[in-house]
Design a protein around this ligand. Structure first.
Ligand code: HEM
Length: 178
């Protein structure tokens, strides 16, 4: 059976090594770019999401307040890119698969999410070419990892309800954010 990471790589076209390029180099991305860069990126991204012409996608965020969503994304990114652990101090373990379970995590939703994130990265002046490429690989792989992870959890729940004890254990993601 394919692991969640293998599925994420197949669906995103990004290998695990490429996805975790964010963890390479002597200086982490937060030190290199500064926390402000991630605040600007999160604002830019969510401005696009909340103004999306595609109602089906915009409606996924209908129960979330934009400012809160920006804060969550900003703090997560700073933490994940090697900066202070702002997110966990306020929200606890990221547990991103579990936190995304209420939402329709389809391939189409991942594509639209990535469309906005890539546009946001290209129009936020703080990011150099190499940082953009590295982050895009991380986002692509993670978006499909979440799609696979939510489907897997739902499937396991179904198997548990059917009293099937042979369901495989969930595969862990090396960055411990899931
Ligand atoms: C695949 C498509 C995705 C969809 C449809 C989606 C949707 C959502 C929605 C509706 C929220 C709630 C907004 C809020 O209250 O903060 C959310 C939260 C969040 N998302 Fe996503 N997301 C996706 C991918 C991603 C990816 C790729 C990442 C990280 C790289 C990510 C990181 C987060 C974080 C950190 C939060 C805040 C969680 C919390 O503290 O409750 N999401 N997402």
């Amino acid at each position: 059976m394919q692991s969640l990471q293998e599925k994420a790589s197949e669906w995103s076209g990004v290998s695990t090594v490429e996805a975790f390029g964010i963890d390479e180099g002597n200086i982490n991305l937060c030190q290199k770019l500064g926390t402000e860069a991630f605040l600007n990126l999160s604002k830019n991204f969510y401005n696009r999401v909340y103004e999306d012409d595609e109602e089906w996608f915009r409606s996924i965020f209908a129960n979330s307040e934009k400012q809160k969503a920006i804060e969550n994304q900003y703090e997560f990114l700073v933490q994940r890119m090697g900066g202070p652990t702002l997110y966990s101090q306020r929200r606890g373990h990221p547990a991103l698969i579990a936190r995304h379970r209420p939402f329709p995590m389809t391939h189409q939703a991942a594509q639209r999410w990535l469309h906005h994130m890539e546009q946001a990265l290209h129009t936020t002046p703080d990011f150099d070419h190499h940082s953009k490429t590295t982050l895009i690989n991380f986002f692509r792989h993670t978006a499909y990892f979440l799609v696979a992870g939510v489907a897997h959890k739902d499937q396991n729940l179904h198997l548990l309800t059917c009293h099937n004890k042979d369901h495989p254990p969930i595969n862990h993601h090396p960055c411990k954010n899931f």
